[in-house]
Design a protein around this ligand. Structure first.
Ligand code: ARG
Length: 444
């Protein structure tokens, strides 16, 4: 007998395989967090008299050993064990006997997996914030470095007005600030403790949920036990929104990169070893990195919809298919973090073309500049507009190609400092320190 819940009957092998699904593989990623949850839960059990001090000592010591084994990749969910929760409890009981059998009082795998997921998501969100921050700094640095290099701005993909590399890089940097506002909202919703909701309806034991909330470094708790269970799916949904927000920014940037790398634009270039070749065309240097990123990030934008479809119309209470949400969220984090790292790496190696606007096809970029000069000299806008239009039609348009934009957020006044302050403010709102302190105290 290998199931926590098994009494006498053996479950059909087909049913077991179908229901366990990818849990053995995916749960490994939550293993350290499962142990943290148990470290907190058992301390709480002892505090309310459901575990004696000697048992607690044994349990805590062995849980910490398992934690270290997990850290050292020396942990596996055995073939006939259902999930990480069963594996950890089984290891404990195998190694320390009776005391191991006591850790599950006042708990169900339903709130156990809920808390594991919240701890895991918190950890992943912290990585996302950190990688986004790194990419942000890279973009701001490039924006400052190339602030005087002009770039054609397009509307309708038609040559429109002067832009600059300062604006282009800085725009994506500012986009990431707003994306992290979304991540902050997801963080806040994630950072509430569901432990103690048990199967979804609480327990007749006098659990101290405030205690586990503090031990695990949560900001507060999901108070209502029924709502705590509803957090499965809801948490994933808001996280999916946040990840998809970053993904949308990256996908747009990746598309710009592919376009700007095309010979018809040739605005940017990369060292040859960062591009990929063709098996038939010997001259090719393809932007495959940005294409894969565009694809992954476009796919990530389907995530909120995937989560919604899987959970829409589920009544309150636990349902087994909630397990499948792991298959959506876990790889999404991996993909997004990969993309953030690759974007930073590529941008560390980007070169920009400094003479783009010398090409005569960009002459008309300056039509509005000329109209505005005329307005500054006293001509009403509509008359100035008409005169420049007539000059263009007659082939008499010879603009002075200097730009003088001074207002907030324009070519000559990028406000990268304000954008950086906004970023610093969002990042300082994440209480990573509190979380890290709580975890290191638990495993100490
Ligand atoms: N693997 C399960 C999940 O992710 C763990 C909880 C199982 N609970 C249950 N009532 N069968 O949801």
């Amino acid at each position: 007998m290998s199931k926590l819940w098994q009494k006498t009957t053996n479950v059909d092998k087909l049913v077991e395989n179908f229901t366990v699904g990818r849990d053995r593989e995916l749960d490994r990623q939550m293993a350290a967090f499962d142990v943290l949850g148990s470290l907190a839960h058992t301390k709480m059990l002892q505090s309310i008299g459901l575990m004696d001090a000697a048992d607690l000592m044994l349990v805590q010591h062995e849980l910490k050993t398992i934690y270290t084994e997990i850290e050292n990749s020396n942990f596996e969910i055995e073939a006939d064990v259902e999930d990480v929760h069963s594996q950890v409890e089984m290891l404990l009981t195998r190694r320390i006997g009776e005391a191991g059998k006591k850790i599950h009082s006042g708990r169900s795998r339903n709130d156990q997996v809920l808390v594991d997921l919240k701890l895991f998501f918190r950890h992943q969100l912290q990585q996302v914030v950190s990688e986004t921050d790194t990419l942000f700094r890279q973009l701001v640095q490039l924006s400052e470095q190339h602030k005087d290099v002009l770039l054609p701005g397009y509307t309708h993909l038609q040559v429109a007005m002067p832009s600059s590399f300062g604006l282009w890089f800085g725009a994506y940097a500012e986009g990431l600030v707003d994306d992290l506002e979304m991540v902050l909202a997801a963080w806040k919703i994630t950072n509430k403790n569901p432990l103690g909701s048990a199967a979804g309806y609480g327990s007749s034991f006098p659990l101290n949920r405030t205690m586990t909330t503090n031990l695990l470094g949560f900001e507060s708790l999901n108070h209502n036990v029924v709502y705590a269970q509803m957090g499965r799916g809801k948490t994933e949904r808001v996280i999916a929104q946040a990840l998809s927000s970053i993904a949308a920014t990256l996908a747009k940037m990746a598309m710009d990169q592919c376009l700007y790398l095309s010979q018809n634009f040739a605005f940017v270039s990369y060292p040859e070893n960062l591009t990929t070749g063709s098996s038939i065309m010997p001259h090719k240097k393809n932007p495959d990195v940005w294409e894969i990123m565009r694809g992954k990030c476009n796919r990530l934008q389907a995530l909120p919809n995937d989560v919604a479809l899987m959970t829409t119309n589920l009544p309150s209470g636990y349902h087994r298919e909630l397990q499948l949400l792991k298959e959506l969220l876990f790889p999404a984090f991996t993909d997004l973090i990969d993309c953030l790292q690759m974007a930073t790496f590529m941008l560390q190696n980007i070169s920009v073309n400094k003479n783009i606007l010398d090409d005569p096809k960009y002459t008309y970029l300056f039509s509005v500049e000329e109209v505005n000069k005329s307005v500054l000299n006293g001509t009403p806008f509509r008359d100035a507009y008409k005169q420049i239009g007539l000059d263009i039609e007659a082939g008499n348009f010879n603009p002075d190609k200097t730009v003088n934009h001074t207002h907030e957020g324009s070519i000559g006044n990028l406000q990268n400092q304000q954008i950086t302050e906004a970023m610093d403010k969002v990042i300082s709102s994440f209480d990573f320190k509190k979380v890290e302190d709580a975890i290191s105290w638990l495993v100490k």
